[in-house]
Ligand binder design. Structure first.
Ligand SMILES: O=C(O)CCC(=O)C(=O)O
Length: 301
């Protein structure tokens, strides 16, 4: 125990690596930050091409059941991979911005997913905080965030993500079963929806929205004729690793890639099959859906 009289003065703020102080302040106030056009169209095209030409994504995607029983399709992974998706996870502009937004703390890759809504698909994401799940796994501090990269244009019609502005300041809300799914306590969500502003993440390909692990978010079905794909890359601070993490969330040092790595092509254009298989097996063995309280559906689940 330390005496309150013996405490050293607070550490000075760490210098920002990537963002301006105003951007960090906006994130602290709102619980999210939009960086328009953070990725160029040639860079986003790498993911679009992968989706078009590599059948592994479709083969390994699963459905996360929403509260009405409809599946929302994702392709999830964690750890390092030597492919284009791994390059997005390690690219300096995402990692450094994440560190700036998390108080200058070094981060590691928690997990990522391609979240896909095909035209006309009904699957929704009920209101939840990501930290509501991650806390269940033993992360103490809400020092976690997601960088959401638009692969397609996202609109209310095709099921863009909605964020509740300032909801990260409500603290962690209990997550409870909702029908066949799991989400933030609906009674609390109803009050939060009345009190706070709902913001639709209308995004162009290449835009990135960073959102805090406690920011309430949801998304609707895709009622349009265009597909909606988002790449969600989630980071945790190194000091916040759970003491007994699922293997897929165990700390691995993040080898940061320079910003030009996507265009110079220092990675495999197709999916890193070895890394993929290893992670998918772990995910299945550890029954991550059960740990977090959701159901995974689909022939490939
Ligand atoms: O991609 C979406 O629509 C939402 C995904 C989401 O909320 C999540 O992965 O936690």
């Amino acid at each position: 125990m330390t005496s309150i009289r013996a405490l050293p003065p607070p550490e000075p703020d760490k210098p920002l690596k990537r963002l301006a102080a105003e951007q960090v302040a906006a994130f602290q106030d709102d619980g999210f930050l939009l960086l328009p056009g953070l990725f160029a169209s040639d860079e986003v095209a790498l993911v679009q091409d992968l989706l078009r030409h590599d059948s592994s994504v479709g083969e390994h995607s699963v459905g996360i059941i929403d509260s009405s029983g409809a599946p929302a399709e994702i392709f999830g992974w964690s750890g390092a991979s030597e492919d284009v998706l791994g390059a997005f996870v390690r690219i300096a502009r995402l990692v450094e911005a994440a560190e700036d937004l998390l108080g200058g703390q070094p981060v590691y890759h928690w997990h990522s997913k391609l979240s896909m809504k095909r035209p006309g698909s009904a699957g929704r994401w009920d209101w939840h905080q990501d930290f509501g799940s991650w806390y269940r796994e033993g992360c103490l501090r809400p020092e976690m965030l997601t960088a959401m990269v638009a692969v397609d244009r996202t609109t209310p019609e095709n099921g863009c993500v909605q964020l509740l502005r300032g909801s990260h300041r409500l603290g962690r809300i209990d997550h409870v079963p909702i029908g066949p799914s799991h989400g933030a306590d609906p009674a609390v969500v109803a009050r939060a929806l009345e009190a706070l502003e709902t913001v639709a993440c209308v995004m162009e390909p290449g835009d990135v929205v960073f959102f805090h692990g406690n920011t309430l978010h949801a998304s609707g079905g895709n009622t349009s004729e265009t597909s909606r794909t988002l790449l969600h890359v989630s980071y945790n601070t190194v000091r916040n690793q759970p003491t007994d993490p699922l293997v897929i969330h165990a700390f691995e040092p993040l080898e940061v890639l320079p910003d030009d790595a996507l265009l110079t092509g220092a990675f495999a254009p197709r999916l890193d099959q070895a890394a993929l298989t290893r992670r998918i097996e772990l995910r299945r063995k550890q029954k991550i859906g059960e740990v977090y309280g959701y159901q995974v559906a689909g022939p490939k689940g």
